[in-house]
Design a protein around this ligand. Structure first.
Ligand SMILES: N[C@@H](CCC(=O)N[C@@H](CS)C(=O)NCC(=O)O)C(=O)O
Length: 242
């Protein structure tokens, strides 16, 4: 790598998943020009060498800006605001109290909500065997993490400070997937329900949900996920792991 960013030459490598959605929202909210490269994870494209050269972890998404590469959604989102959000539309000034609130919620999402809800998705909709233990462990943990969000959103409009930031975008992308993939009843968390509606009404968020081309709508995803859960339930009696 050489040269110093920003290059204003952005390519976003992604697929229509909660992690793919996070930086897509940031790119759209900031009104940036960028190319989209679809990395089809159903075909294992993310494990091909050309993509591993951009993201050694072999998972979507990743970003290139000129010859600079950034991987991990938290890093991509921070790169975009550090470099291209000089007016602070989606973040607070570095070093401020609110900046560390944004960082705290962002790290919480990266280390907690995303990985745990991802495991819930796996056991509830994708596993090769029915696992009552796995489903309970990760569904309970996902619900506990929703409670944590609710503890803030029951009395505040946004997660960090007084405005919509990266913190909201990161968790929104996963929370939105809860009812769709896991059939979670969002009404149990009234603060979250209002916050999801508030964010979902934003044009940039709606546009990001169509990236890359061919991404299924929430209704189509719900239908598909129901079929996946039914398949797991069908293994209940035959393939118990405990
Ligand atoms: N911590 C990573 C997680 C990325 C991730 O788990 N991506 C999933 C899609 S949401 C993926 O590429 N899965 C395919 C695979 O694991 O091979 C990030 O935030 O970028």
């Amino acid at each position: 790598m050489s040269g110093n960013p920003p290059f204003h030459n952005l390519t976003y490598y992604t697929f229509g998943t909660p992690n793919g959605l996070k930086p897509a929202i940031v790119l759209e909210e900031l009104g940036l020009q960028y190319k989209v490269e679809k990395v089809d994870i159903t075909k294992n494209t993310q494990k091909e060498q050309w993509f591993l050269d951009i993201n050694p972890n072999g998972r979507i998404p990743a970003l290139k800006d000129g010859d600079l590469r950034v991987f991990e959604t938290g890093a991509i989102m921070l790169y975009l605001t550090d470099r291209y959000d000089k007016e602070g539309k989606l973040n607070y000034p570095q070093g401020s109290r609110e900046y560390y609130e944004v960082l705290s919620w962002l790290m919480w999402q990266m280390g907690g909500l995303g990985p745990m809800q991802g495991q819930a998705n796996h056991f509830r909709a994708m596993a090769g065997a029915y696992s009552e233990y796995g489903i309970k462990r990760y569904m309970d943990e996902t619900a506990r993490l929703f409670d944590v969000l609710e503890s803030r959103l029951s009395h505040a409009d946004w997660l960090a400070g007084e405005k919509y930031t990266l913190a909201d975008i990161a968790s929104y992308s996963w929370v939105r997937a809860g009812p769709v993939f896991l059939d979670m009843d969002i009404k149990k968390w009234p603060g979250i329900e209002k916050w999801v509606k508030r964010i979902g009404e934003r044009p940039a968020v709606q546009k990001a949900q169509t990236i890359p081309e061919g991404t299924r709508s929430a209704e189509e995803l719900s239908q598909m996920a129901k079929g996946m859960r039914d398949r797991i339930d069908g293994m209940k009696e035959t393939k118990r792991d405990s």
